[in-house]
Design a protein around this ligand. Structure first.
Ligand SMILES: [NH3+][C@H]1C[C@H](O)[C@@H](O)[C@@H]1CO
Length: 636
C-alpha cells in the first residue's frame, strides 16, 4: 500500500482531541479517590443491619458492633455511627477493623493519615481511663504500625482523633486491616462500656499531596495519557434512579462531615468525598479542561421533570456552573468556592446537558428539557458551549445544538472497519464529542452480554487495534470531531460494574490495558494539524488504517498506522518534504495474538516497543500483523 502525503494541512487537530471520561463506576471510591477505608461513614445505609457494617468486622467475639442512627449524630449529613459494645469484664482485643476495598495497600516508611470521631454515651467515672489503639495489621496478624490515645472521660460530645501511622515493613499482601481497639482490661468495663465512632478514615500520601486527594499510582497512570479534558461526573452516575438520587453538586463540596453521600447508579453508595472541587483541582493538576455535565431532568428509573418543575434544577445547574466560573463578589456558589480555597474561576467551555438522553423514556422529553436548560444557561453564560446527548437523528432540538456527544460500544472488528464514520457527516457547523467508545464484546448480536456471551473482561490487542483505526477517523475528521474518550476509564478488578475498562486496578496494582497504550500513544503524539494522504480502504474488508499529522512549529511528522489483519502489511510512504530525517522513531504495539490482554496475572504482556526505523522522503514500513504503530520523524 502506497501512502502519498500532502504538504499542506487540511485542518487543525484540536488540543482537546484526546481526553478522559470519568464517572464513579467502581472507579472513584476505592479507586482514584484516595480514601482507603470502605463504608467510612456509614452513609446511606439502613441502621441495625448487617449490610450497614459492610467492610467492618469485630476483632474478637467478646464485643459487638452495630451501626445505629445516632441520637446525637456527628452531623445532619452523617446521621449514623458505629457503636462498639464491650460487656462487663471483657478482656483481650476489644474492638473492630476495616478491611478496605478488597484490601488495603501498605508500604513501609510511608505516612498513612488516620482519623476518626468518637463519643462516649456517658462519662467514665473509673480511675483508669480507657485507651484507644489504632493499628495497621497484616494478614498474618503482624502489627505494622500502632498509635494509642487516651479517651477523654467526659467525651460525651464528638471528639476527633488524628494520627499518622507508619508501617515498619511492607506486608506481603494487601489483605491488611486498620484495627481499632479499646484497652484497659477489666478496669475499663466493670460495668461494660460503649463507644460511638463516626467518619473513620485512612489516607495514603496522595497525588501532589492534595488533601482529600487522589490515589497516587492510579493518578500517575492517568497522567501518562496526558488527557486534554476530563468529562465528569457521568455517565449514568450523573442521573440517579430518581430525581432525589441524582448527583447534586452541593452535596459533594465542603467538609466531609457535610457530605451525605448518595446511592450511586452502579450498585453502591458514593461517599462523594470525590466531589466537584476535587474534580476541578484534579483537572488543574493534570492540565485538563473540565467537560462538566449538569443533571437535566431525566433519571434512569425513567422519570422526567419538565416545564416549570424544571426551574429549581436549572437554578441548581446555574449554581453548579457558578461554583466553577462565577465571581465570588456576585455569586454565592463562587464565594463558596473562594471560601474553600480557590477564589479564581476554573476554565470551563463545555457543559453537557444530561447523559445519553437517547435511552428509555428520555428522548420523549429531551427536546423540552434541552430547550429549558439551554435557553436559560445561554442567557446566563453566553460564553459557554452546550453539548446535547441525544442522537443527531432525533428528536429535533431547539436551539440547534452546536455539539453532540456520541457514544458507541461495538466489537473490535466493527471499530477496525468503521473509521470512516465521520467522513460523510455534513459539515454544517455542528461538531462532535465521541464521548464514549470501546470494543466491548466479540458478539455483535449481544454487545452488552456476559463474558460467556462474548463480553470482554479486558481490552484485547484486537480491541486496541480496532479502536486505533476508529481514532484515525477522528484525526481525518478533526474539523468536526473536537474530542474523544474511551469509556469507562477505570474499573476495580475485584468489583467492576462494567468491563472492559481502560485501566484496571486492585488495592495494590494498576493494570494498563492494551487500549490504554493506544490512548496514550495517540494522546501523546497528537500533532496540531492534519496532512491529507491517500485514503485507506473504507470498505468492510479494510484492515489497514493510517493518519498523518504534524506539529506545525517543529515540522515533526507523526504517522499512525493500524493493521488489524492477521498478516503484516507492506507500506510505502511518499513525503513531499525536502529534509526528511533518514531515521525515525517507531513505537509499535503488537503481540502474539489479537486475543492477548494485559491482566492482573500478566499486566505487561502487551506493551509498546520503541525502535528506530529508516525513513526519508520515500520509505517503506511493514506494519506487523495486528499492530498499532506511531512513527515520528522530522521534515526540516
Ligand atoms: N452505559 C454506558 C453509557 C453511560 O453513559 C455510561 O455510564 C456507561 C458506561 O460507560
Amino acid at each position: 500500500t502506497t501512502v502519498s502525503v500532502s504538504a499542506s494541512a487540511s485542518h487543525a487537530i484540536p488540543t482537546t482531541l484526546y481526553g478522559a471520561m470519568f464517572e464513579d463506576i467502581s472507579s472513584g471510591d476505592g479507586g482514584l479517590y484516595g480514601e482507603l477505608l470502605q463504608n467510612r461513614a456509614f452513609q446511606q445505609v439502613t441502621p441495625n443491619t448487617t449490610a450497614a457494617l459492610n467492610a467492618w468486622v469485630p476483632v474478637s467475639d467478646a464485643v459487638s458492633i452495630d451501626v445505629i442512627a445516632d441520637p446525637f449524630p456527628l452531623s445532619a449529613a452523617l446521621p449514623n455511627s458505629l457503636v462498639l459494645t464491650i460487656p462487663p469484664g471483657a478482656t483481650g482485643k476489644l474492638g473492630f477493623a476495616n478491611t478496605g476495598y478488597w484490601g488495603i495497600n501498605l508500604v513501609e516508611n510511608t505516612n498513612y493519615a488516620a482519623s476518626l470521631y468518637y463519643r462516649l454515651p456517658a462519662s467514665i467515672s473509673n480511675a483508669e481511663i480507657p485507651v484507644l489503639r489504632m493499628e495497621l495489621v497484616a494478614e498474618d496478624g503482624t502489627t505494622l504500625a500502632a498509635h494509642i490515645t487516651q479517651l477523654r472521660a467526659n467525651a460525651t460530645g464528638w471528639t476527633q482523633v488524628s494520627a499518622v501511622l507508619v508501617p515498619s515493613l511492607t506486608p506481603p499482601s494487601t489483605a491488611n486491616t486498620l484495627v481499632f481497639t479499646i484497652e484497659g482490661g477489666a478496669v475499663v468495663a466493670p460495668a461494660g462500656l460503649q463507644v460511638h465512632f463516626a467518619l473513620l478514615s485512612l489516607f495514603p500520601p496522595t497525588f501532589r499531596g492534595r488533601a482529600n486527594g487522589m490515589r497516587a499510582d492510579i493518578a500517575e497512570t492517568l497522567l501518562e495519557m496526558r488527557p486534554a479534558f476530563f468529562r465528569f461526573p457521568g455517565g449514568n452516575n450523573l442521573e440517579g434512579q430518581t430525581t432525589a438520587t441524582r448527583w447534586q453538586w452541593r452535596n459533594t463540596v465542603g467538609p466531609l462531615t457535610e457530605r451525605p453521600g448518595r446511592v450511586g447508579d452502579w450498585g453502591y453508595v458514593n461517599t462523594d468525598g470525590l466531589g466537584l472541587l476535587e474534580y476541578l483541582l484534579w483537572c488543574e493538576d493534570l492540565e485538563m479542561e473540565p467537560f462538566m455535565a449538569v443533571w437535566d431532568g431525566y433519571s434512569l428509573g425513567g422519570t422526567s421533570v419538565t416545564g416549570a418543575a424544571l426551574d429549581p434544577f436549572i437554578a441548581e445547574a446555574i449554581d453548579q456552573i457558578n461554583f466553577v466560573i462565577g465571581d465570588p463578589a456576585t455569586s454565592e456558589p463562587a464565594a463558596l468556592r473562594a471560601s474553600l480555597g480557590h477564589p479564581e474561576p476554573f476554565p470551563l467551555t463545555f457543559v453537557e446537558i444530561g447523559n445519553e438522553d437517547f435511552v428509555g423514556q428520555a428522548p420523549g422529553t429531551y427536546a423540552s428539557r434541552w430547550n429549558s436548560f439551554v435557553t436559560n444557561l445561554t442567557a446566563t453564560f453566553p460564553q459557554l458551549h452546550f453539548m446535547a446527548t441525544s442522537h443527531t437523528s432525533g428528536p429535533v432540538l431547539t436551539p440547534t445544538p452546536q455539539h453532540y456527544d456520541n457514544h458507541v460500544y461495538q466489537t473490535p472488528n466493527w471499530f477496525a472497519t468503521n473509521s470512516f464514520m465521520y467522513d460523510s457527516v455534513p459539515r454544517n457547523g455542528m461538531t462532535f464529542f465521541e464521548g464514549e467508545y470501546a470494543a466491548i464484546s466479540l458478539n455483535s448480536n449481544n454487545l452488552f452480554g456476559t463474558p460467556a456471551q462474548g463480553r470482554l473482561l479486558w481490552p484485547t490487542l484486537a480491541s486496541a487495534v480496532g479502536e486505533a483505526a476508529f481514532m484515525m477517523g477522528f484525526e481525518r475528521n478533526a474539523d468536526i470531531v473536537f474530542a474523544a474518550s474511551y469509556a469507562p476509564l477505570l474499573g476495580h478488578v475485584n468489583d467492576s460494574q462494567w468491563t472492559p475498562n481502560l485501566v484496571g486496578f486492585d488495592a495494590g496494582n494498576v493494570i494498563k490495558s492494551t487500549s490504554f497504550h493506544v490512548q496514550k500513544l495517540f494522546s501523546t503524539n497528537r500533532g496540531d494539524e492534519y496532512l491529507p494522504s491517500s485514503l485507506p480502504d473504507s470498505s468492510a474488508s479494510g484492515t489497514l488504517a493510517w493518519s498523518v499529522t504534524r506539529w506545525s512549529d517543529t515540522g515533526e511528522l507523526i504517522i499512525k498506522v493500524s493493521n488489524s489483519a492477521a498478516s503484516p502489511a507492506d507500506m510505502a510512504f511518499v513525503l513531499p518534504f525536502a529534509n526528511v530525517s533518514r531515521a525515525g522513531t517507531a513505537q509499535v504495539l503488537t503481540g502474539a495474538a489479537g486475543t492477548d490482554s494485559n491482566t492482573p496475572e500478566m499486566p505487561e504482556l502487551v506493551a509498546p516497543v520503541t525502535t528506530v526505523i529508516p525513513t526519508g522522503a520515500a520509505f517503506n514500513y511493514t506494519a506487523p500483523a495486528v499492530s498499532v504503530t506511531v512513527i515520528t520523524l522530522t521534515t526540516q
